[in-house]
Design a binder for this molecule. Structure first.
Ligand SMILES: [Zn+2]
Ligand SMILES: [Zn+2]
Length: 137
């Protein structure tokens, strides 16, 4: 089955599916780079769907119109939907050492706020761990 790509606005809670569909990841990333009239300063991600949601991509930092949670990256960063589900679960554990893994630099694109807002796409529970050390990124 071929993949299609659509944009997600995670400035909204829960994330809003933007009514657009692309046949390649580059076309979707280019649309974000060009800017969206309806979401001029929003936090935008790309979803890859092949039957079900497969992956979510964070656009290159220079193409993001808001202050992104992630460490700067020059190309898109993709994460498997299952990895995002795991990170959601890990973010909710009581074990601080395990939780710190989900909040490490390796996963900086997938902040608690973004994961929480992606919950309907991922089929995960709400995740607003309002732990002050978690920050608001
Ligand atoms: Zn928006
Ligand atoms: Zn990122």
């Amino acid at each position: 089955m071929s993949s299609s790509y659509y944009l997600l606005c995670v400035s909204h809670d829960p994330a809003l599916r933007i009514d657009s569909s692309f046949t390649s990841p580059d076309a979707a990333m280019d649309a974000i780079a060009a800017g969206l009239e309806e979401h001029p300063v929003c936090d935008l991600l790309v979803a890859r769907v092949s039957g079900a949601l497969c992956e979510v991509g964070c656009p290159p930092t220079r193409n993001q119109r808001h202050h992104p949670p992630c460490l700067a990256h020059g190309g898109p960063k993709w994460a498997d939907a299952d990895l995002l589900r795991l990170l959601t679960a890990v973010n909710q554990t009581d074990d601080v050492r395990v939780r710190d893994v989900a909040r490490s630099n390796a996963f900086s694109c997938w902040s608690i706020r973004r994961l929480h807002r992606l919950r309907l796409e991922l089929g995960t529970p709400a995740l607003l761990v309002l732990d002050p050390s978690a920050g608001t990124r």
